[in-house]
Design a protein around this ligand. Structure first.
Ligand code: FAD
Length: 565
């Protein structure tokens, strides 16, 4: 599959499309779940330009595709976030007299026909969209190009998600980098070379003529209702309330969050802070979290990072806007991507996002259940399903290795945060409650699943996608394969995190554990990280499901000799 990365094919299909279509009666911008904003949006901006030159209205379309959400392990929280952002976008677009039309299309395979028939109904000959880099999505868009060509429609798919488009940063052999550091150096040099081109803000779309609202063809589109929910992705009322409070929707919110990260020590509670954790910080003097990011970001118990990932994953803010904002904080006009400053370190994190998108595009097999390091396909994993549902370990040729069976006891306890290892439990309960987790804690819980419990990284990858509000295939897959030592530039298999040592480093005072594991809230000092058995018993907290020093050797053995038990 890697020999035939679909991005080249999609680019070719766009090129091979209709060259100069006849002027239609509308231009359509197809919004996806990764570009949910009006400002600084490449395809929307191009569509607006085209509509202006053709003197026709611009229409925005969003297609819900539940079968795709199932196939990609999309969770109810992520779909709810899409719906909430659409509601905010509808208002903003309406002020520009631009209709936002939503369609729910149940059959995944016929989605290309659905979008083309909408264009035909609107007598539109121009379609614009930003590229989604997932393999299935690119294949779908190739079909759209082919169908569009038959109908005389020009379909244009453009890069937008990353600061520098995937497929562009190559090593001396003209191949994709599989190691981050040289990729990042090249990324920064390339960015410096053409900084204005990569970072310039895409023009805001122009308003449609107000008369479009009276035109029969378009007025119905203004009335199109955004669904309240999608069947199969219902969020329970309590969870919906939390998500709305902690992760409010909309472009303005995302900009405010960026601004607060740049200029203050924490998100305010009006912003629906992931707080309790941030409460202490809120009282202290104003200071920039960005400037201190280098020293403080690994203090995972506090509000030290931007928490912009849900907004970046859904494209509510552009990665370009994030990097541009760093320029206003520094004296030099060149983007700082070095290790010496907080700004530089943060820019490097945004570059990780580009790096993993680049990996997805260059080595598509990683997102199709394959490890990047092929020899680790043979690593024997413990069965994660109930006894009798498959036996111990399974073959890598299994088309759905994660399986749909009932979770076994170990997996269930990992998901529920009842492993008896406080830092792991706090992390997993934070995901359950907030739909988000600091990067360091993600690494700890992922390492625990794959090395201490010796369970397949794909099981964890799926659970994260289903429960995180920032679920993003490229970054999630990258993070999981890093933790499982199977990916590009991974944690070497012999460097297994000791969760108790990690706990002391990332949550030295234990406040994160106390917040999410209330059974342990009275413990102080080192006990919170590894409560003695008698203390844990008294508090009704479980004993560890595995002993780290005993199971560590199992992981070392199985990675050293893939295939052996
Ligand atoms: P900041 O530290 O403020 O960083 C700014 C932005 O840079 C982030 O919002 C994010 O877009 C990007 N970024 C930062 N670190 C990484 C990284 N390691 N990889 C890729 N991008 C990064 N991130 C997701 O957006 N979606 C996921 O589904 C996801 N799954 C993960 C799974 C695992 C097992 C691991 C270890 C990491 C995963 N990450 C994922 C990466 C990272 O944990 C989150 O992006 C980060 O915690 C978000 O917090 P923040 O916005 O405060 O980040």
């Amino acid at each position: 599959v890697d020999a035939d990365p679909p991005l080249h094919k999609l680019n070719q299909a766009v090129k091979d499309g209709v060259k100069s279509p006849k002027k239609g009666e509308a231009v359509v911008y197809w919004m996806r779940m990764c570009d949910m904003r009006i400002s600084d949006n490449t395809a929307l901006s191009m569509a607006s330009e085209k509509a202006k030159s053709d003197k026709v209205p611009l229409v925005v379309v969003f297609l819900f595709s539940p079968q795709d959400y199932i196939a990609h392990d999309r969770g109810a929280r992520r779909i709810d976030f899409v719906i909430r952002n659409l509601n905010s976008l509808k208002d903003a677009l309406s002020k520009l007299n631009i209709p936002l039309h939503t369609i729910t299309h149940d059959v995944r395979k016929t989605l290309p026909q659905a979008i083309i028939s909408l264009l035909t109904d609107l007598s539109s000959t121009s379609l614009y969209a930003n590229i989604e880099y997932e393999v299935d999505e690119m294949r779908r868009d190739m079909k759209v190009c082919a169908l569009a060509k038959e109908k005389g429609i020009k379909a244009t798919f453009v890069h937008d998600k990353c600061v520098i488009e995937p497929g562009l940063i190559l090593n001396k052999e003209k191949k994709a980098y599989a190691v981050y550091s040289p990729y990042q150096r090249n990324w920064l040099a390339t960015l410096h070379d053409k900084q204005d081109e990569y970072l310039h803000e895409r023009p805001y779309p122009e308003a449609n003529d107000a008369k479009v609202k009276d035109n029969k063809k378009f007025s119905a589109l203004f009335d199109s209702e955004i669904p309240k929910g999608i069947t199969g992705f219902e969020l329970d009322a309590e969870d919906a309330k939390t998500m709305e409070k902690v992760w409010p929707a909309g472009e303005d919110i995302a900009s405010q969050m960026l601004d607060r990260f740049l200029h203050t020590k924490s998100r305010s509670s009006q912003m629906g802070a992931v707080s309790p954790l941030a409460e202490g910080a809120e009282k202290s003097d104003k200071a920039s979290r960005l400037l201190k990011y280098g020293q403080e970001r690994d203090n995972a118990n506090r509000d030290t990072t931007s928490r912009l990932s849900p907004y970046l994953a859904a494209g509510v803010i552009s990665a370009r806007a994030c990097i541009r904002a760093t320029l206003t904080m520094q004296k030099s006009k060149k983007v700082d991507g070095g290790k010496e400053t907080g700004i530089g370190r943060w820019v490097q994190e945004v570059a990780w996002r580009d790096f993993y998108a680049n990996i997805l595009v260059s080595f598509p097999r990683v997102s199709m259940g394959r490890p990047y390091i092929e020899k680790y396909a043979a690593v024997v994993w413990e069965n994660h399903q109930e006894e009798g549902a498959g036996g111990g370990g399974y073959s890598d040729d299994d088309p759905d290795p994660v399986g749909q069976g009932t979770d076994g006891e170990m997996l269930k306890r990992w998901k529920d945060g009842t492993t008896g290892v406080p830092i792991v439990d706090a992390g997993m309960r934070c995901i359950k409650e907030m739909g988000w987790l600091h990067n360091r804690f993600r690494m700890i819980v992922a390492m625990f699943l794959t090395k201490d419990l010796m369970m397949d990284w794909r099981v964890g990858e799926r659970y994260f996608m289903q429960n995180l509000i920032d679920g993003d295939l490229a970054s999630n897959n990258g993070g999981w394969q890093w933790s499982a030592s199977t990916g590009v530039d991974p944690a070497p298999y012999f460097r297994i995190f000791n969760p108790y040592i990690q706990s002391k480093k990332a949550d030295p005072s234990g406040e994160f554990i106390r917040r999410f594991v209330p059974e342990l809230s009275k413990l102080r000092g080192d006990e919170i990280h590894d409560p003695p058995a008698s203390v844990a018993d008294k508090l009704g907290y479980p004993q560890p499901i595995v002993k780290h020093h005993e199971v560590k050797d199992r992981a070392l053995r199985r990675f050293k000799n893939p295939g052996e038990k």
